[in-house]
Ligand binder design. Structure first.
Ligand SMILES: *Cc1c(COP(=O)(O)O)cnc(C)c1O
Length: 383
């Protein structure tokens, strides 16, 4: 297959020869009305009804006990890790194939990642690779799971649902139980994705969503912490809002809190986008099926949802037959105004994580040199 036929297919699908972005937001519902409402009311900041509304909409949609809105997905992740008990010096097992935010939050908490390979089934953290790493390097003690070489505590496992495809959660839960580790899901890319019947981000103790402009729906900037119980949710909300103890006039804060709350202005946009989420998901599913049919039998492997999952198909992806084919596809599509991107460079290649501990990463490396993300915005004519 030549890049030219892929370009033709994408231009045909989007019915344009103008620039086609990787993922663009669309605002054709109540977005303007709700945002204007916050301006009219003057409640644009940390107080206002849209924040509560947005949290309730996410709770209803995902089935989590309590959702807590934050300024962005990175803040949601940091909050989730703090609530999971991650402390300075701790180690957290995650994937080298992820967006840098997953690891940056660990860095800023004084914790460190351990990189383990991803699974060919999900492109996310591989339960077998996690188990193999722990068997070789960890031991269970009275203090929990300890790294044999450094004596540091291994506290949590943080899988990321790559491009919206759910990881193998039952198997990861079993590994976490065996090794006494907390499961925290980076579900930034997977709003609308289900593992079996459960929404991603609700299986672990905590999960984090992102509503950045390039995600499946956006609030301009924003995130949400998904909490497994109401008590945990109430405590999480407290921590994101400076941990102030309610009082008519005294300022008393009972732990080191964050100011991570989402402004009402952003929540208004998020509420309007939530009203359209089902139709956006249906549209993107149709688009993914079109890509899948286009690549079928070509030797170019379209990344389809795992058998156990229903994916939101946030970013469509194809695994090219060779690195040369990948390079040619990237250069010709981008020159033609069809935006494509390779996957992120693996985390251990970045200067701040090059010394991080890691297991073997053969499949992550294969994806790094062969995978290309394809334009994935909802298609107007499918709406
Ligand atoms: C987008 C993203 C984040 C961070 O979300 P922001 O809202 O941009 O801070 C974290 N992890 C992953 C995997 C992401 O894709």
């Amino acid at each position: 297959m030549q890049p030219s036929s892929i370009i033709e297919f994408v231009q045909e699908t989007y019915q344009t020869e103008a620039f086609i972005p990787l993922h663009a937001p669309s605002f054709n519902g109540n977005e303007k009305a709700y945002v204007a409402d916050t301006l009219d009311s003057t409640f644009v900041s940390s107080v206002g009804r849209y924040v509560d509304d947005f949290e309730q909409k996410i709770e209803a949609f995902t089935g989590c006990a309590k959702a807590v809105a934050t300024v962005n997905g990175t803040a949601a992740l940091q909050t989730a890790l703090y609530m999971a008990g991650i402390q300075r010096g701790d180690l957290v097992i995650t994937q080298a194939l992820t967006f840098v935010a997953t690891c940056n939050v660990l860095y800023h908490m004084g914790a460190a990642p351990i990189f383990v390979d991803v699974s060919p089934i999900s492109l996310g953290l591989c339960p077998k690779a996690v188990e193999a790493y722990l068997t070789e390097y960890a031991q269970l003690t009275d203090e929990g799971c300890i790294h044999k070489h450094t004596g540091q505590r291994i506290k949590a496992v943080m899988p990321m649902h790559t491009f919206g495809h759910p990881v193998e959660l039952d198997e990861l839960v079993a590994v976490c139980q065996k090794w006494q580790l907390v499961l925290v899901e980076d579900a930034a890319e997977s709003l609308g994705s289900y593992y079996k019947s459960r929404h991603t981000g609700t299986v672990g103790m905590l999960g984090a969503l992102s509503f950045n402009g390039n995600k499946i729906i956006t609030s301009g900037g924003g995130g949400m912490v998904l909490c497994r119980s109401e008590e945990l949710g109430a405590h999480t909300k407290h921590v994101t809002t400076t941990a102030k103890v309610p009082h008519p006039y005294e300022f008393y804060h009972d732990e080191p809190g964050f100011n991570h709350r989402m402004p009402n202005l952003n929540a208004a946009l998020g509420c309007a986008q939530m009203e359209r989420l089902d139709s956006i998901l249906a549209n993107k599913r149709t688009l993914a099926h079109q890509y899948q049919a286009f690549f079928a039998g070509s030797g170019w492997q379209f990344v389809a949802e795992p058998d156990y999952a229903r994916s939101n198909y946030w970013l469509n992806a194809v695994i090219c037959p060779s690195q040369e084919a990948r390079d040619q596809l990237l250069s010709e599509t981008n020159a033609a105004g069809v935006m494509t991107r390779p996957v992120w460079q693996l985390m251990h290649r970045l200067p701040m994580f090059e010394k991080a501990m890691r297991g073997p990463l053969p499949y992550s490396e294969h994806l790094e040199s062969h995978l290309v993300n394809l334009p994935s915005s909802p298609v107007i004519k499918l709406a």
